[in-house]
Design a protein around this ligand. Structure first.
Ligand code: NAD
Ligand code: GLY
Length: 369
């Protein structure tokens, strides 16, 4: 396991867009954390109404030692606010403070704050630097890394956005102490995801440390965050803009996004929808003969042990499978309305593939019982 006394570094290798991820404790207030960033006169901290009272003072005090002006914008909290209207609050703050194109944006919060801040950074003055300071497990192991930014549209999740890499990612494990248990479980969904798609030994490790992770053992969390970031860095380093391999990171997300959109954003947490979506995608892989029943059971048990839902919600009482299929057609992986699923093959291997609607309907019916 990871020793948390010293911060650990993972590198995202993308040529001139490369950057480090730091994983450790008490990083928000450490003077060295942000010292390597390019010089600028102003910073804008973007956070939300839940995270601001917990961590904004520490971050702002630290940033004041290196920026003349440190501004802050506090957004409403929740997936339901990952919208154009909320995004505009960031632009309003940038313009009201006359921020120039060297201004550094700091995303302090979970994936919602991170995705919106990154998109604002990508588009303000056609691009300003930004730093991810993720404070949820999910954002530390996934959303803060790799440069996907954006907002939701009522008709589809994350449908408007840009690829835009941060300058730095700071995963301060100390912030996870205040995370509600349901959010911790949601983050574990994205940790578990890396096992079946790319890392069988990591899946074994998660299985044997799931209790420690659920109890927030710092060393266990440190290893889970670092290993997840390493796997994501390996994938993103080969396929930054998802022309192929990167799609495997969406294991469970095709079904999961349908659950989120169908239930209304925020009803199920993103990680909960992904957890249940992984059960559905694994069931489809099983139905196609790509995995053994015992492996399916193993994944199901682990997802349940992580406190995640394994039974899918009914989205429409009249024709539930049709509703899922309609929602899944609005997906960035779809081509001409043809749904493409991330399917697992054996252990630690995934590809993008199609399946007959009849088989998908059967999987949806089995998953909703
Ligand atoms: P979130 O940002 O909504 O955060 C979850 C909740 O925890 C919020 O209420 C937040 O205010 C609160 N919170 C955050 N930090 C806290 C802390 N330390 N203590 C107490 N409460 C805290 O959700 P999330 O799970 O972090 O992220 C989900 C979002 O990330 C979704 O919008 C999803 O689409 C996106 N995402 C993006 C990528 C990507 O590659 N860009 C990958 C995965 C997910
Ligand atoms: N979370 C999926 C990706 O970053 O590609």
């Amino acid at each position: 396991m990871q020793n948390t006394s010293k911060p650990q570094r993972v590198d995202i290798d993308l040529g001139d867009r490369s950057y480090p991820i730091w994983v450790g404790t008490a990083l928000l207030q450490a003077p060295s954390t942000f010292a390597q960033l390019p010089k600028a006169s102003a910073a804008l901290v973007v956070t939300n109404e839940t995270v601001a009272p917990l961590y904004a003072d520490s971050l702002v005090a630290n940033l004041r030692t290196q920026y003349e002006q440190v501004h802050m914008v506090v957004l409403p909290d929740g997936e339901a606010y990952k919208t154009w209207q909320t995004l505009n609050l960031i632009f309003d703050a940038l313009l009201a403070h006359q921020c120039d194109r060297k201004t550094v944006l700091f995303a302090l919060g979970g994936g919602v704050v991170g995705d919106m801040t990154g998109f604002a950074a990508a588009s303000y003055m056609r691009g300003v630097p930004f730093v991810q300071v993720p404070t949820t497990l999910l954002s530390q192991v996934d959303s803060s890394v790799g440069g996907k930014t954006g907002i939701n549209h009522p008709l589809g999740k994350n449908m408007v956005g840009a690829f835009y890499q941060p300058q730095l990612v700071v995963c301060d494990l100390s912030t996870l102490s205040t995370l509600p248990q349901r959010e911790l479980s949601a983050g574990l969904a994205e940790v578990i995801k890396y096992g079946p798609i790319a890392a069988p030994a990591f899946l074994d490790w998660i299985e044997s440390h799931i209790d420690a992770l659920m109890q927030r053992d710092t060393d266990a969390l440190a290893y889970a965050v670092k290993r997840s970031c390493e796997i994501k860095a390996w994938v993103v380093g080969q396929d930054e803009r998802e022309s192929g391999l990167r799609a495997i990171l969406n294991f469970g997300h095709t079904f999961g996004h349908a659950i989120e959109a169908g239930m209304g954003y925020g009803a199920w947490l993103h990680g909960e929808a992904v957890g249940c979506g992984m059960v559905m995608a694994a069931r489809l892989s099983l139905a196609l003969g790509h995995i053994e029943p015992r492996y399916f059971e193993r994944l199901l048990q682990l997802i349940a042990k992580a406190g995640l839902p394994t039974v899918a919600p009914v989205l429409d009482r009249h024709d539930n499978a049709a509703r899922y299929l309609d929602l899944m057609r609005v997906d960035k992986k779809a081509e001409a309305g043809d749904i493409r699923f991330v399917l697992i093959h054996g252990q630690g291997n995934a590809t993008l593939g199609r399946a007959d609607d009849a088989l998908v309907r059967q999987v949806i019916d089995q998953s909703c019982q």
